[in-house]
Design a protein around this ligand. Structure first.
Ligand code: GLN
Length: 235
């Protein structure tokens, strides 16, 4: 299903993360290499980032769309000028029955965190939330994770998986100083670049440094050290 990417480290352009790499999110929108569910990611895209140019405590900047990333000439022209040390980007393959609208595209936010979901979860096991940005499963899941708190991300994922054993729950979230992710049913890789850390559903180039994260793990980085712990869950 969808593909996402997070960066935490030295400021760099959004284009250098999403559009320029040979197998970046732009190429993944029509030709992903490791996607197990869905063929392409044409149902929208989004990017969020923390900017030193917004007032202290302001919510992260976001740009989301329900159209394919490859057709967005305006974004392509502006993305080289958008620079940040903390970025979450995503391209979307809508699950069957889910709405296709800008508010259903990741990243979602509670004002402090940016969050993307790669996967599928039965909405019947998620609480209805007045804070959800859309009726898409990912927005309900984001609202639940925000309500529970990011410290409990691993527990929340394990609990949702227990309620929906078919669920796929790859989460990627960032708040400007931390980047966290889970693997639960879909792929995720990490690259340490020397000036930061990339977490991505699939490698955006053929750098030998990419490492695959095992399934059912929680990953945490401050842009330097990367910690991984196994998640609790049914066998
Ligand atoms: N289920 C979510 C949606 O419909 C995420 C889909 C995905 O990971 N492809 O948008």
């Amino acid at each position: 299903m969808c593909r996402h990417l997070g960066w935490l480290g030295a400021p760099r352009s959004v284009a250098s993360l999403m559009l320029d790499p040979p197998y970046g999110l732009l190429v993944q929108s029509y030709a992903p290499r490791r996607q197990k569910h869905g063929l392409m990611n044409a149902d929208g895209w989004g990017v969020g980032f923390f900017s030193p140019d917004t007032p202290e405590g302001a919510p992260p900047c976001r740009w989301r769309s329900a159209a394919p990333l490859w057709g967005d000439a305006s974004f392509a022209s502006v993305a080289p000028a958008l620079r940040s040390g903390c970025v979450v980007g995503a391209v979307r393959s809508a699950s069957i029955g889910m709405p296709i609208e800008p508010t259903a595209s990741a990243p979602f936010t509670d004002g402090s965190w940016l969050l993307s979901h790669n996967g599928l979860v039965d909405r019947a096991v998620l609480p209805l939330s007045a804070h959800a940005e859309s009726t898409v499963d990912s927005a309900l899941l984001a609202a639940l994770i925000f309500d529970r708190g990011m410290d409990l991300l691993g527990d929340t994922v394990s609990e949702v998986a227990a309620r929906d054993p078919q669920a796929r729950l790859n989460i990627l979230a960032a708040n400007g100083s931390e980047l966290v992710a889970t693997t639960w049913g879909d792929t995720l890789s990490v690259l340490r670049t020397g000036d930061g850390v990339v977490l991505a559903s699939e490698p955006y180039d053929d750098d030998q440094g990419w490492e695959e994260i095992p399934d059912r793990h929680l990953v945490h980085t401050d842009g330097d050290a990367v910690h991984m712990t196994a998640l609790k869950g049914p066998a």
